[in-house]
Design a binder for this molecule. Structure first.
Ligand code: NAD
Ligand code: DAU
Length: 350
């Protein structure tokens, strides 16, 4: 198997490449990554001498770069994306380019390089956010898509385009829609790594709104196992929900992090809400379970303990990030919110 992993130097990509490299010792893995603020080649540096791993820097929106890495592969797993909802609210341009146009470039190359019916697999990694906020119950793969943020709308565009290439051109597309991942190598803009690293630094934990929004947490190693199962046993033309089955209020996650890091609960601050903040997502994962046998095995408490341990042991990884581009981003995203008066909904304690 020759596998192309686009966006492989980001959070899930890094974990997936490492997982597959170890689980499938006869597979060759090539990563194509633009190395945006979220990508780090050094995450996978130790694999570079293995003879089964190759890193190429390039943009999925660039047809020449894509052609150069795709011609000889058996499967493509596309993680490459702009992924942070808050950033998509500040500026959606790069989301539209990478999450829609980039997917189109990959699909065009697959269509051109392989006549209809060829079996080069294409796994498009999508998100539970394409269903929009689901106040109650669980979303099935056949449910209507109602994305609400520029991020989720772009991801919906990308996966719909991918399915269109399956139906129209016979490209062997499979889509996965995952819930919130957490674990090692996650960029510290996302809730769990931001709160862990802030707690370790004695900095405030800015909880949006009333802290009552809910997310379903999936430990990244379980995600990797699911994606390998879908790659090996999933059906072209199918969509698979992949959830952790561990739904928690954000305030509960914040308290768990305070406990796991030994920080003070006083660090948790309620701050002004994210515009258009989806209240809840929930996934029915019976299809992936029935068709591939996969199910998540890591309880949240265990996954969180492992994640906290990783961030404790890899301070140089995240402190370098937090002192760079991140600092400007953090100031514009949180500066005003955290300095706002302490009230029940802005700057107040939980
Ligand atoms: P991430 O932000 O950590 O990493 C994204 C990677 O893509 C980075 O390495 C970046 O350099 C690369 N990239 C961005 N634009 C690129 C481009 N134009 N060309 C090539 N490479 C580019 O993201 P993540 O959290 O690992 O998410 C990976 C995928 O999984 C994304 O498609 C995301 O939408 C999806 N997803 C993530 C989660 C989650 O909880 N993190 C949940 C569901 C789905
Ligand atoms: O659901 C899957 C999605 O999960 C992925 O598709 C996205 O790529 C990924 O970023 C993630 O999106 P969320 O918006 O759910 O993740 P985030 O970590 O940004 O936020 C999780 C919850 O925590 C959400 O309700 C917003 C809240 N939050 C987040 C941050 C960064 C806070 O209260 N404070 C914060 O500072």
């Amino acid at each position: 198997m020759r596998l192309l992993v686009t966006g492989g130097a980001g959070f899930i990509g890094t974990n997936f490449v490492r997982y597959v490299h170890s689980a499938r010792p006869d597979w060759h893995i090539r990563v194509l990554d633009k190395l945006t603020y979220a990508g780090r080649r050094e995450n996978l540096q130790d694999l570079e001498g293995s003879g089964r791993y190759q890193f190429v820097r390039g943009d999925i929106c660039d047809p020449v770069a894509v052609r150069g890495v795709m011609s000889d592969v058996d499967a493509v797993v596309n993680f490459a994306a702009e992924t942070h909802v808050d950033r998509s609210i500040m500026d959606a341009g790069s989301f539209v380019r990478t999450d829609i146009e980039g997917v189109w470039v990959l699909l065009e190359e697959l269509r051109r390089g392989s006549p209809a019916g060829d079996s080069t697999r294409f796994i498009q990694i999508s998100t539970d956010e394409v269903y929009g906020s689901v106040e109650q119950g669980l979303s099935k793969e056949s449910d209507q898509l109602r994305p609400t943020s520029p991020y989720s709308a772009s991801k919906a565009g990308g996966e719909l385009l991918a399915m269109a290439y399956f139906h129209t051109h016979g490209v062997a597309v499979t889509v996965t829609r995952s819930s919130n991942n957490y674990g090692p190598w996650q960029y510290p803009e996302k809730l769990i790594p931001l709160f862990i690293t802030n707690a370790l630094e004695g900095q405030p934990l800015p909880l949006y709104g009333d802290g009552g929004n809910r997310r379903d947490w999936l430990y990244v190693e379980d995600q990797c196992a699911a994606l390998l199962a879908v790659l090996e046993k999933g059906t072209p033309g199918a969509v698979y929900n992949i959830g952790g089955g561990q739904e928690l209020e954000n305030s509960r996650v914040a308290r768990a992090i305070v406990e796991a890091t030994g920080a003070s609960e006083d660090l948790i601050r309620l701050v002004a809400d994210r515009p258009g903040h989806d209240r809840r997502y929930g996934l029915d994962c019976s299809r992936v379970r029935t068709e591939t046998g996969w199910h998540p095995v890591t309880p949240f408490e265990e996954g969180l303990a492992r994640t906290v341990e990783w961030y404790r042991e890899n301070v140089s990884w995240w402190s370098g990030i937090k002192s760079g581009e991140f600092r400007k981003y953090y100031e514009s995203m949180y500066g005003g919110r955290l300095s706002a008066g302490r009230g029940p909904s802005a700057g107040g304690k939980v």
